[in-house]
Design a protein around this ligand. Structure first.
Ligand code: CUA
Length: 316
């Protein structure tokens, strides 16, 4: 799984994104042709003016006919684009039957909280910045924000949707092909707006169910001494006050859930690959990577830091 996932509106992998891409092509071709035709007439007019030819005499009636035809054609073209746009809107807003799964997406400065709904509360899954979906199935996203307005945008899958604090809206999406697709916050939300990325991992239904079942499990206790020391560091320093690791005493609610951190491809909302060295650098000084984010620097002895990283890497 790559943290360098690609995103493109013109590479749609689902019905909603396909409608948007079609509208893009219709608009490009229509306005492109209008531009070329206009430039041709413009060029003819300039060429005639340069040749110093006397202006041909046209009857006022002929001029009126030409101008009104051009105006009528413009109105027809604009109306056609309006219809295409409304049709696209209908497709992107369509639910298309009952969704297979419902996912709550909550925007934070500057990361994404992702919670898979389940009728049994103990079977709910909470992750961050990485959204897994089964291919070929409708998924409903219920989006909101905890602080400022963000915008959820996975260009290969759907249009943008604002995340408004205190207000939840729903969008449907569907991935018809497996793959890892990049998404991005699309509404300026503060200093690290550009570093608020996420990935959508589309995988066949059985692989998705295996992933979700593994995410449901609480964290396993570390077996080796170094990782056990790292766990103690986590529980006795500031870490546990902000982060949750299910199965342990850490139950902080303001930062990403780390129960299965080691299974994620990226750290810090897509800006760093999830490796031991990046974890250590991030924990020591998150402000060096994302100035202004809510995680403070964590000065600690280097043995403590490497033990902490060793523990976090056991969170499979
Ligand atoms: Cu969140 Cu921009």
């Amino acid at each position: 799984m790559s943290a360098r996932a690609f995103h493109s509106v013109l590479d749609p992998i689902g019905p909603h994104a396909s409608a948007i891409a079609q509208l893009w092509w219709v608009m490009l071709w229509t306005t492109g042709i209008v531009f070329v035709v206009t430039m041709v007439f413009f060029g003819i007019a300039i060429a005639r003016g340069r040749q110093g030819r006397p202006r041909a005499e046209h009857s006022p009636r002929a001029v009126t006919t030409v101008v009104s035809s051009a105006v009528a054609l413009t109105v027809v073209i604009l109306f056609g684009l309006l219809v295409a746009s409304i049709w696209t809107n209908r497709v992107t807003a369509s639910t298309g039957g009952a969704p297979a799964i419902a996912i709550e997406v909550i925007g934070h400065q500057w990361w994404w909280e992702v919670e898979y709904e389940d009728q049994e509360p103990s079977r709910r899954v909470i992750v961050a910045n990485e959204i897994h979906v089964p291919t070929g199935r409708r998924v409903v996203l219920k989006v909101t924000s905890r602080d400022v307005i963000h915008s959820f945008w996975a260009p290969n899958l759907q249009g943008k949707r604002d995340l408004v604090p205190g207000y939840t809206t729903a969008i449907w999406m569907q991935a018809d092909k497996p793959g890892v697709f990049r998404g991005q916050c699309a509404e300026f939300c503060g200093r690290q707006h550009a570093h608020m990325a996420f990935t959508v991992v589309a995988e066949p239904e059985d692989a998705f169910e295996r992933w979700r079942e593994a995410e449901r499990q609480p964290a396993r206790d570390p077996q080796d001494a170094v990782a056990q020391r790292g766990r103690d560091v986590f529980m006795t320093t500031k870490c546990a006050g902000c982060h949750t690791i299910r199965g342990t005493a850490a139950a902080g609610q303001v930062a990403p859930d780390l129960t299965h951190l080691a299974r994620r491809a990226a750290l810090a909302s897509g800006i760093l690959p999830n490796s031991a060295s990046h974890l250590a650098e991030w924990i020591a000084n998150p402000q060096a990577f994302k100035p202004g984010n809510q995680m403070p620097p964590n000065p600690m002895a280097s043995e403590d830091l490497s033990a902490l990283v060793a523990y976090l890497q056991t969170l499979q």
